[in-house]
Each structure stands twice: as C-alpha cells, then as structure tokens.
Ligand binder design. Structure first.
Ligand code: ACO
Length: 330
C-alpha cells in the first residue's frame, strides 16, 4: 500500500478520492500494490516521470563508468585491476537494463542517448567529480555505490514492473561494488600513514557529494509528492540521506577515518545522527552543468559514441544480411 496523499513544500497532489475514471482505477491498483506493466493504461504523467527517472538513472550508470575507468590501467595489483574491470563492466550492464526498461515506455534508446549527448538530459551529480587518487576508487565503491544501494533497494518494490525487476539484479551487483570499495579502503587504512592519509583525503572530498546524490531536501524536491503517490518513490530524499549517514558513520569509525563534518553528532532523542548543512548551491550548480568535470564527461561520452560508429555500422550490416538470408530461405 503506497501513500495516498502527499504534500511537500514544492508540490501537492490529489489523493485517490479526488481522482476520477481511468486515473482513479489506476491509482487504486497502485494503492493495492499491483504492479503496472507496459501494456496497461497509465496516465501520461506517470509514463513521463518514469522515462525521466529511468533514463537519468541509465545515463548515470553509463557516465559513472568514466571516473573509475580512468584508473583501470593504474590499479596497483592484478587482483584490484580485475575487480575494477568487473565493476566498470557491471555499470555498463546496469545502463543497458535501464535503457531497456525505459524502452518499454515507448521511447527508443537512441533518442535517450541523443538527449544525453546534446547535454539535455541529467545524470547523477556525483559523476562530475574527479578521481584524483587510487583511494577515490575505494571511496566511490563505499560511499557512492553504498548510497546507490540505499536509494535503489526500495526501487525493487516500485510500482512499475520492468523498472522494479531490473533493480533486483542491479542491487545485487551494487552490493559487490560497495564491498570491494570498503575492502580497498580497509587495506589503505591498515597500510602506511601515507596510505591512510590518502583514504582520509578521499573521504573528505567524496562525503558531501555522496550526500547530495539523494537529491534536494524534501521541501525543495519538485517531483517527490507525485512520485510517492504513484509508488515510484517509497522513501523521501531526506529519509534515505539520513539512512546513509546512520549506516556510514560506524563504518568510518571502523576504518579509523573522520567524517568531514564538525556538526555530526548522535542524537539520542531522534535515534539518528544530526549532520551539518549541505551546500545546495554547489549541488544545483553541478546539475546545471557547471561541476568540476561536467564538460569533460560529456565530451568523453560523445567521443566514445563517435568512435564506435564503425562497429555499430558493422553490426547493422551483419543483422541486415542475416535478415535478408532468413527472408530468402522462407
Ligand atoms: N544528480 C542530478 N540530478 C538530480 C539529483 C542528483 N543527485 N538529485 C535530484 N536531481 C534532479 C532530479 O532529476 C530533478 O530534475 P528534473 O525534474 O529536471 O528531472 C530535480 O533534481 C529535482 O529533484 P527531485 O524532485 O527530488 O527528483 P526525483 O523525484 O527524480 O528524485 C532521485 C531524485 C532521488 C535521484 C530519483 O530520481 C531516483 O531515485 N533516481 C533513481 C536512482 C538514480 O538515478 N541513481 C543514479 C546514481 S546511482 C549510480 O548510478 C551508481
């Protein structure tokens, strides 16, 4: 059973009782926990919201390969290189499942990729930060994939069947990603003082951007109310962010690292950690395209796509030939 009427500072939506006709029947199905499938009737807004979110998610997986791919040739051991290669390949796979889920809503992967390459589509803010040292690879696994899991486990129960099912496998793989990042940092923290300092520096730079991954505060989240009513969002941006902080602080303590937040403090009454103010100006600046690596990331993606043109042409020519042979034989 999903929430029926939700209101945030940014949006108010109509409750089931206020809806009529097909829209009401649709909402009643969602309220009853029935999954929506591609051929079912759905409001145009529901379809658009899913295409928006799933495609942003797919783009994030694809662009998310770049900061880590940057370190494959420089991984310090064969074992770490093999792990990183597997992880980066997994991210490509996640992108493909997600583009496929979006295609069930009547939009083509080519159209979505064209939007990304034209700079018209969003992808996660986190991938616009640079990976300066090897410890950043650990911090991405621990904090970025850790946050991704917290955000994505509820999506396995979201109302749209193809998205929910794609998320099951994605979350299993994300768990391995989170684990390998933590293991990498554990090795650095048990190493030389210089290695431990490198791990601390990575935490200092990735902590706040990782908290921003969950999106604007609930009061400023323009899509949350409607997405919650439609069972796309099961927990609010702030609730998931709080979960990430509560879960990560003890993990940092185990590593012997300090979270770079002087206001971080256990609040006995709330049963949660209080934490400092997020720099939302930085967040909105990054999602507008002005983060440290936005232009570089987009240019690399476009270049990779153009470099792959000959290969796509070859595949298409082969597919056409096979189809022609099949038609001739029939
Ligand atoms: N980076 C970039 N844009 C963001 C981010 C972020 N971290 N957080 C929010 N936004 C954008 C939203 O896309 C929205 O923009 P739009 O309306 O132009 O599309 C705007 O900021 C306002 O935010 P919300 O109203 O809160 O948007 P929404 O309800 O979509 O919630 C959230 C944002 C939580 C990220 C949601 O889209 C989601 O759960 N997405 C699926 C998970 C995902 O995409 N993860 C990607 C990173 S994980 C990984 O790849 C390893």
């Amino acid at each position: 059973m999903y929430a029926q009427l939700v209101e945030t500072g940014a949006q108010r939506v109509r409750g089931t009782d206020e809806l009529e006709g097909q829209e009401r029947v649709f909402q009643e199905r969602i309220d009853a926990g029935v999954k929506i499938e591609p051929k079912d009737w759905m409001p145009e807004g529901y379809r658009k919201t899913l295409v928006r979110q799933i495609s942003q998610h797919a783009h994030s997986e694809i662009v998310g390969q770049l900061p880590e791919g940057n370190w494959i040739t420089r991984a310090p051991t064969l074992k770490r290189k093999a792990i990183l290669l597997a992880k980066v390949q997994d991210e490509a796979g996640h992108g493909l499942y997600l583009y496929s889920a979006a295609e069930t809503l009547g939009v083509s992967r080519d159209a979505l990729i064209a939007q990304l390459h034209a700079g018209k589509a969003k992808y996660s803010s986190i991938f616009n930060y640079p990976t300066l040292t090897w410890a950043d690879i650990g911090a991405i696994g621990w904090l970025v994939d850790g946050s991704a899991i917290i955000n994505q486990i509820p999506l396995c129960r979201c109302s749209y069947g193809p998205y929910a099912r794609a998320m099951v496998r994605v979350c299993k793989e994300e768990s391995f990603h989170q684990r390998q990042g933590y293991d990498l940092l554990l090795a650095l923290c048990n190493g030389t003082p210089e290695q431990k300092a490198m791990a601390q520096d990575a935490l200092n730079r990735w902590w706040w951007p990782a908290l921003m991954m969950f999106g604007p505060s609930d009061a400023d989240s323009v899509n949350s109310a409607q997405s919650t009513q439609w069972g796309i969002k099961l927990f609010s941006n702030d609730a998931l962010r709080q979960k990430m902080v509560d879960q990560t602080v003890p993990q940092a303590e185990y590593l012997g690292l300090t979270i770079p937040d002087p206001d971080l403090k256990w609040n006995e009454e709330r049963g949660h950690y209080d934490f400092g103010a997020i720099d939302w100006d930085e967040f909105f600046n990054v999602i507008k395209g002005n983060g440290p690596c936005n232009r570089e990331r987009l240019a690399t993606r476009v270049q990779a796509y153009e470099d792959g043109e000959w290969f796509r042409e070859g595949l298409n020519a082969h597919a056409d030939k096979q189809a022609a042979r099949g038609a001739a034989a029939a």
